[in-house]
Design a protein around this ligand. Structure first.
Ligand code: BJW
Length: 241
């Protein structure tokens, strides 16, 4: 199957890659769903919401500071690096779309990444006064960051119930609409609207290739499911390109 997929990639002029938490799993960053997704007793759905932040901003910040510390120690893995090289390959236009907020794709050398759910290294005003800053205040980490307008500062990420940035989602939609092949790597494909992107591509007759250690709701609808860790499957694919 890897040989067939690499032929599709070789013949493609537009490729879209959609990544999720699974691509960073082998860098030691926990995924969201399943047992390793729990922080203390909390699930992402308990903390990644505007309501949780309104009720307990310090608790939500603690979670993000814990994740920042972990990600700061992590290094990109071979999966991130293969995708960065693929983007710089002259044969096709490769658009990298990521749901991850960890910044590991950029650290692996990806020249551009469409970050659909934001970036946990940026903060912005929780009252939307317009302030967005790249946070340099994480050392020492503080859970009571305030904006110049007095409101809380929050991580510049997309929580449940919040809309994705319209321009960002449009760029992602265009990329999958134009793609000949869409590579879906390490996502459970359950969080919308991003989970709809492979289906949009499929309707335009793109080939959909899933790389995952497990099956997902998308699996029955893909052209190829490459089962295994992204950091081993992606290098095997690259070898054949
Ligand atoms: C490996 C591996 C290895 C492991 N190699 N693989 C339609 C239907 C139903 C519900 C909705 C709908 N439309 C909207 C909703 C509601 C909601 C939603 O989708 N809920 C579902 C859970 C039911 N969506 C939203 O609320 C979104 N907003 C929205 O729709 O707004 C509409 C609106 C319009 C106008 C006004 C107001 C509102 C926003 C969603 C935001 C999600 N945010 C989070 C947190 C981001 C910040 C942070 O990180 O803290 O994003 S939640 C979390 O889930 C995070 C992730 O990006 C996202 C997806 O998770 P991902 O990446 O797939 O990770 P996992 O853990 O789920 O899966 C990992 C996978 O990797 C697994 O499959 C493993 O097998 C695999 N794996 N190791 C390869 N080594």
């Amino acid at each position: 199957m890897i040989t067939e997929v690499s032929e599709w990639l070789r013949g493609a002029s537009q490729i879209a890659v959609l990544t999720g938490a699974g691509i960073s799993a082998e860098s030691g960053v926990p995924v969201f769903r399943g047992h390793s997704g729990l922080w203390r007793q909390f699930r992402a759905e308990d903390l990644a919401t505007p309501d949780a932040f309104a009720r307990q901003p310090a608790l939500v910040w603690e979670w993000y500071l814990w994740r920042r510390a972990l990600i700061a120690r992590a290094t990109p893995n071979e999966g991130h690096r293969v995708l960065a090289r693929l983007q710089q390959h002259k044969g096709a236009t490769v658009t990298l779309l990521s749901q991850n907020v960890d910044g590991l794709h950029r650290r692996a050398g990806s020249p551009s990444v469409i970050e659909l759910h934001g970036n946990l290294w940026r903060v912005r005003c929780a009252d939307d006064c317009g302030l967005v800053v790249h946070d340099v205040e994480s050392d020492p980490p503080r859970t009571n960051l305030r904006c110049r307008c007095g409101a809380w500062l929050r991580p510049d990420v997309v929580w449940f119930g919040e809309p994705l940035d319209a321009g960002t989602l449009q760029r992602a939609t265009t990329a999958v609409e134009q793609a000949d092949v869409v590579l879906v790597v390490g996502t459970s494909a359950v969080v919308y609207p991003v989970a709809a992107l492979p289906e949009i591509a499929r309707r335009r007759r793109a080939r959909i290739v899933e790389v995952n250690i497990d099956e997902t709701p998308l699996t029955p609808r893909v052209d190829a499911h490459l089962r295994g860790p992204a950091a081993s499957i992606l290098p095997q694919l690259e070898e054949q390109l």
